[in-house]
Write a protein that binds this ligand. Structure first.
Ligand SMILES: [Zn+2]
Length: 196
Protein backbone atom coordinates (compact mmCIF):
# COMPACT_ATOMS: atom_id res chain seq x y z
CA UNK A 1 0.00 0.00 0.00
CA UNK A 2 1.32 3.44 -0.91
CA UNK A 3 2.52 5.62 1.92
CA UNK A 4 1.16 9.13 1.85
CA UNK A 5 3.73 11.72 2.74
CA UNK A 6 3.20 15.39 3.40
CA UNK A 7 5.72 18.15 3.05
CA UNK A 8 6.21 21.70 4.27
CA UNK A 9 3.38 23.60 5.90
CA UNK A 10 1.02 20.74 5.12
CA UNK A 11 3.08 18.35 7.24
CA UNK A 12 2.46 20.03 10.58
CA UNK A 13 -1.24 20.39 9.91
CA UNK A 14 -1.46 16.84 8.56
CA UNK A 15 0.19 15.51 11.72
CA UNK A 16 -2.40 17.25 13.92
CA UNK A 17 -5.30 16.05 11.79
CA UNK A 18 -3.82 12.56 11.78
CA UNK A 19 -3.68 12.38 15.58
CA UNK A 20 -7.22 13.72 15.91
CA UNK A 21 -8.61 11.26 13.37
CA UNK A 22 -6.84 8.27 14.96
CA UNK A 23 -8.39 9.23 18.27
CA UNK A 24 -11.82 9.66 16.70
CA UNK A 25 -11.71 6.53 14.52
CA UNK A 26 -9.61 4.04 16.52
CA UNK A 27 -10.68 1.13 14.34
CA UNK A 28 -9.86 2.77 11.00
CA UNK A 29 -6.87 1.45 9.04
CA UNK A 30 -3.82 3.60 8.43
CA UNK A 31 -4.76 3.80 4.75
CA UNK A 32 -8.26 5.00 5.63
CA UNK A 33 -6.87 7.66 7.97
CA UNK A 34 -4.35 8.72 5.29
CA UNK A 35 -7.19 9.13 2.81
CA UNK A 36 -9.17 11.23 5.28
CA UNK A 37 -6.17 13.46 6.03
CA UNK A 38 -5.62 13.91 2.32
CA UNK A 39 -9.26 14.85 1.83
CA UNK A 40 -9.25 17.41 4.64
CA UNK A 41 -6.06 19.01 3.30
CA UNK A 42 -7.67 19.18 -0.15
CA UNK A 43 -10.61 20.97 1.44
CA UNK A 44 -8.28 23.53 3.02
CA UNK A 45 -6.86 24.16 -0.45
CA UNK A 46 -10.37 24.48 -1.85
CA UNK A 47 -11.15 27.10 0.80
CA UNK A 48 -8.01 29.05 -0.12
CA UNK A 49 -9.08 28.90 -3.78
CA UNK A 50 -12.58 30.02 -2.88
CA UNK A 51 -11.13 33.06 -1.10
CA UNK A 52 -9.11 33.95 -4.20
CA UNK A 53 -12.08 33.62 -6.55
CA UNK A 54 -14.39 35.53 -4.24
CA UNK A 55 -11.85 38.33 -3.86
CA UNK A 56 -11.43 37.73 -0.13
CA UNK A 57 -8.09 38.18 1.62
CA UNK A 58 -6.11 35.01 2.33
CA UNK A 59 -6.65 33.61 5.82
CA UNK A 60 -4.27 35.08 8.37
CA UNK A 61 -4.51 33.81 11.95
CA UNK A 62 -2.89 37.03 13.19
CA UNK A 63 -5.36 39.33 11.44
CA UNK A 64 -9.03 39.17 12.48
CA UNK A 65 -9.99 41.14 9.33
CA UNK A 66 -9.18 38.06 7.30
CA UNK A 67 -12.39 36.53 8.71
CA UNK A 68 -13.37 32.91 8.27
CA UNK A 69 -14.47 30.65 5.45
CA UNK A 70 -16.20 27.39 6.31
CA UNK A 71 -16.99 24.44 4.11
CA UNK A 72 -19.59 21.77 4.81
CA UNK A 73 -18.97 18.49 3.02
CA UNK A 74 -22.00 16.64 1.71
CA UNK A 75 -20.87 13.66 -0.34
CA UNK A 76 -18.38 15.06 -2.85
CA UNK A 77 -19.83 18.56 -2.70
CA UNK A 78 -18.54 21.47 -0.60
CA UNK A 79 -20.83 24.25 0.59
CA UNK A 80 -18.92 27.38 1.48
CA UNK A 81 -19.94 29.91 4.05
CA UNK A 82 -18.48 33.27 5.04
CA UNK A 83 -18.97 35.64 7.93
CA UNK A 84 -21.50 38.40 7.25
CA UNK A 85 -18.86 41.10 6.73
CA UNK A 86 -17.75 39.19 3.61
CA UNK A 87 -21.21 38.76 2.13
CA UNK A 88 -21.39 40.50 -1.24
CA UNK A 89 -25.16 40.89 -1.51
CA UNK A 90 -25.97 41.26 2.15
CA UNK A 91 -29.72 41.71 2.01
CA UNK A 92 -30.62 38.53 0.16
CA UNK A 93 -28.13 36.37 1.97
CA UNK A 94 -28.74 37.70 5.45
CA UNK A 95 -32.43 36.93 5.04
CA UNK A 96 -31.65 33.25 5.62
CA UNK A 97 -29.85 33.98 8.84
CA UNK A 98 -32.80 36.11 9.95
CA UNK A 99 -35.17 33.25 9.19
CA UNK A 100 -33.01 30.89 11.22
CA UNK A 101 -33.04 33.40 14.09
CA UNK A 102 -36.85 33.42 14.03
CA UNK A 103 -36.75 29.68 14.74
CA UNK A 104 -34.12 29.94 17.46
CA UNK A 105 -34.90 33.23 19.15
CA UNK A 106 -36.42 31.68 22.26
CA UNK A 107 -32.91 30.53 23.15
CA UNK A 108 -31.64 34.12 22.98
CA UNK A 109 -34.08 36.20 25.02
CA UNK A 110 -31.62 39.09 25.41
CA UNK A 111 -31.09 39.62 21.69
CA UNK A 112 -33.10 42.33 19.93
CA UNK A 113 -32.43 41.00 16.44
CA UNK A 114 -30.55 38.28 14.60
CA UNK A 115 -27.35 40.28 14.24
CA UNK A 116 -26.99 40.36 18.03
CA UNK A 117 -26.78 36.58 18.13
CA UNK A 118 -23.15 36.57 17.21
CA UNK A 119 -22.74 33.00 15.99
CA UNK A 120 -25.46 33.59 13.37
CA UNK A 121 -23.12 36.08 11.67
CA UNK A 122 -20.30 33.51 11.43
CA UNK A 123 -19.14 31.39 8.49
CA UNK A 124 -20.10 28.05 10.06
CA UNK A 125 -23.83 28.85 10.14
CA UNK A 126 -23.71 30.25 6.61
CA UNK A 127 -22.17 27.03 5.25
CA UNK A 128 -24.79 24.92 7.04
CA UNK A 129 -27.60 27.11 5.72
CA UNK A 130 -26.34 26.80 2.15
CA UNK A 131 -26.04 23.01 2.43
CA UNK A 132 -29.48 22.78 3.98
CA UNK A 133 -31.04 24.94 1.26
CA UNK A 134 -29.47 22.83 -1.48
CA UNK A 135 -30.69 19.56 0.08
CA UNK A 136 -34.13 20.97 0.81
CA UNK A 137 -34.62 21.95 -2.87
CA UNK A 138 -33.80 18.36 -3.80
CA UNK A 139 -36.05 16.99 -1.08
CA UNK A 140 -33.04 15.38 0.58
CA UNK A 141 -32.27 15.20 4.27
CA UNK A 142 -29.18 16.54 5.94
CA UNK A 143 -26.85 13.65 6.87
CA UNK A 144 -26.82 12.70 10.57
CA UNK A 145 -23.08 13.24 10.66
CA UNK A 146 -21.56 16.30 9.05
CA UNK A 147 -17.93 17.18 8.39
CA UNK A 148 -16.99 20.83 8.33
CA UNK A 149 -13.67 22.44 7.50
CA UNK A 150 -12.97 26.01 8.56
CA UNK A 151 -9.80 28.00 8.04
CA UNK A 152 -10.21 29.89 11.33
CA UNK A 153 -10.71 28.16 14.67
CA UNK A 154 -14.40 27.80 15.45
CA UNK A 155 -15.20 30.26 18.24
CA UNK A 156 -16.82 29.54 21.58
CA UNK A 157 -20.16 31.08 20.52
CA UNK A 158 -20.36 28.64 17.62
CA UNK A 159 -19.26 25.71 19.76
CA UNK A 160 -21.93 26.56 22.34
CA UNK A 161 -24.81 27.35 20.00
CA UNK A 162 -24.32 25.28 16.85
CA UNK A 163 -26.11 22.36 18.60
CA UNK A 164 -29.37 24.37 18.30
CA UNK A 165 -28.92 24.53 14.52
CA UNK A 166 -27.86 20.90 14.37
CA UNK A 167 -31.00 19.86 16.18
CA UNK A 168 -33.17 21.90 13.82
CA UNK A 169 -31.45 20.38 10.78
CA UNK A 170 -31.40 16.79 12.11
CA UNK A 171 -27.62 16.61 12.51
CA UNK A 172 -26.53 14.35 15.37
CA UNK A 173 -22.82 14.88 15.22
CA UNK A 174 -20.46 17.35 13.63
CA UNK A 175 -16.71 17.01 13.17
CA UNK A 176 -15.09 20.39 12.63
CA UNK A 177 -11.54 20.66 11.33
CA UNK A 178 -10.31 24.17 12.02
CA UNK A 179 -6.81 25.62 12.04
CA UNK A 180 -5.36 22.15 12.49
CA UNK A 181 -7.66 21.35 15.40
CA UNK A 182 -10.56 18.98 15.52
CA UNK A 183 -13.70 19.88 17.42
CA UNK A 184 -16.44 17.30 17.84
CA UNK A 185 -19.95 18.47 18.65
CA UNK A 186 -21.42 17.29 20.93
CA UNK A 187 -18.60 16.73 23.39
CA UNK A 188 -19.66 18.74 26.44
CA UNK A 189 -22.72 17.97 28.55
CA UNK A 190 -24.22 21.34 27.62
CA UNK A 191 -23.91 20.56 23.92
CA UNK A 192 -25.49 17.14 24.45
CA UNK A 193 -28.33 18.73 26.38
CA UNK A 194 -29.09 21.14 23.51
CA UNK A 195 -29.20 18.29 21.03
CA UNK A 196 -31.73 16.24 23.00
ZN1 LIG B 1 -18.09 31.51 15.52
Amino acid sequence: MAEVSFTGADAAQAAKIYIALEKEFPKASKAAIDAMVQEILEKYKEIAEFRKKAGLPPFDGEDSNSGAVASVLIGKKSFFGVNTTFQKTPEAKRRYRKKLYEKLKDFFPNAKNWAQVRFLTHAEVHALLRAKRYLHKRKSEMPKEVIMVVDKKTCRFCQNYLPHVMKLFGIKRMIIFCEGEVIIIPTTEKQKEKLK
